[in-house]
Each structure stands twice: as C-alpha cells, then as structure tokens.
Design a protein around this ligand. Structure first.
Ligand SMILES: [Zn+2]
Length: 259
C-alpha cells in the first residue's frame, strides 16, 4: 500500500501516550506500516518550524506552514508573514496551512481571523503555493475568501460542507479532503459530500492525533488507520480500497507538486 496522509500533526505531545518513541516513533510506525507520504501541518510559527526540522529526517515527510485561525495572535502580522515566506523556501515545504476560519470557537474574533486568512491567501498568490484550509462553520465566508483569489487553489481539509459546496469548489479548481469523520455513523452529510467529490479531486487525511476513524475511536489517530477512511470512501465510490488509495495519492502528488 502507498497511503498518502495529506494532513497530520506529528508534533503533538499526545503521541507519546501510545508510541514509545513519541512523535518520531509514531512517524516511523506510519512510514513502515504502508504509509508512503505524509504532510505534517503547522498551526503557528513554532509548530511550522518543528515540522520543517522533522522533515529533514524523513525523505517523504513534507510540511505545510501557516497560522491557524485560533493561533492568529501575533502582534506583528508582517513579521509573521515574512517568517512564513522564509520557511516556504525550505525544500520540504509544499503548502501554506493550515489557515482559514473557525466560527465554532471564539478564542480569536471573526474579524481578526478573516484578516489573517486574507493575508495568507495573498501570500499564496505571491508565492504560488497551494493552501490547506480549515473551515469550521464558516463555509460562506471561506468561499467568499477563495473567490477573491482565483489564482490560488488547494485543499478544504476534513471537509464538513455540503455536496452543493463541493460542486462549487470543483468548479473553482479545489481539492476536497476527507478524514475519519466519514466513517462515523452520524456523518450522512459528509458521506454525501464524498459522493459528490470526483475521484480526481479527492484526498484522504488523518488530522492525527484527532478524528480517529471507526473502529479505532478512543485511540490516538495515526496514519496507518487511514485504510479505514479509504475503505469507507471506496464503498461510497463503488471501487476497491486499493484503487481509492492509489487515486488519492496521485491527486496529492499533483496538488503538492511532488510528481
Ligand atoms: Zn489539522
């Protein structure tokens, strides 16, 4: 198997609870367990930097650098953007993320989130990198934001919008990524969205240590569990799990420019 996990957070302390080697133990278990590629996703300057350092130790561990909506607390925005721009020159940096809008929590107010999202979309336009979008209960505003930047494309990660919105994203040239959520019993809307996503625009991800798929719920999520997410998506698409994994990996290589 050649699973491509397009969204992981292999720097979280929680991995140490289940993996004796901590984060490195978890990464090594993935890379020796059927997972060929991982994109490790930063949420602020510090975690982005950690991801870059780790990527130097594993040839197929790549990185997205960015400021997550609830991490948008830096006083000097331009200095922060300069730091991201500098990090993007690293050979293992493949995307800007995760960035976006999260209206579920209000740690950072919506206006501030929007300003940081907009600024990082401009950075994507300037540098040509794809973006990884976190959209939680902010579908309309996320769509408006990407429509303002028609040259920018990327991924809606752990997709939670409607099938209708999928059609719109596809028209705009975007990719849609599904996490373990699609395996949950109450995830009818997500399954519908997966059915609406063409196979050549579909990606798979863990968002580990979060969003563990059935049947491993209760454990810390891990890239090797992606096979369950892939099996669910394959059933929706009426193809084999192997075909789904293959197609999703090809799509990931295309969007992250790894072909
Ligand atoms: Zn994430």
């Amino acid at each position: 198997m050649n699973i491509f996990d397009t969204h992981a957070h292999y720097y979280d302390d929680r991995f140490a609870e289940e993996y004796p080697g901590g984060v490195k133990g978890a990464i090594e278990a993935a890379l020796s367990g059927g997972v060929s590629h991982i994109v490790n996703i930063g949420t602020n300057l510090e975690s982005s930097k950690t991801c870059l350092a780790l990527s130097e130790q594993y040839p197929t561990l790549y990185v997205a650098v960015g400021i997550y909506p609830h991490e948008a607390t830096y006083e000097d925005m331009e200095a922060t953007v300069d730091a991201l721009r500098q990090m993007l020159t690293h050979p293992k940096a493949v995307a800007i993320g995760e960035i976006g809008l999260d209206y579920h929590w209000d740690d950072v107010d919506r206006e501030t989130q929007k300003i940081w999202f907009e600024r990082q979309l401009c950075l994507a336009e300037e540098t040509g990198y794809p973006v990884v979008i976190h959209d939680r209960e902010a579908h309309g505003d996320c769509l408006d934001a990407i429509r303002r930047h028609p040259k920018v494309t990327g991924i809606f990660h752990s997709y939670s919008g409607s099938g209708e919105m999928v059609k719109e994203l596809i028209k705009l040239g975007w990719y849609v990524s599904f996490s373990g959520v699609v395996t949950y019993k109450n995830a009818a809307k997500t399954k519908e969205a997966a059915a609406a996503t063409p196979l050549d625009r579909l990606l798979i991800e863990t968002d580990c240590p979060y969003l563990t798929p059935v049947p491993h719920r209760g454990k810390i999520n891990h890239s090797t569990y992606l096979v369950h997410t892939a099996a669910e998506l394959a059933a929706i698409k009426g193809i084999s799990t192997e075909e789904l994994i293959q197609a999703a990996a090809e799509n990931a290589k295309l969007i992250f420019d790894l072909l």
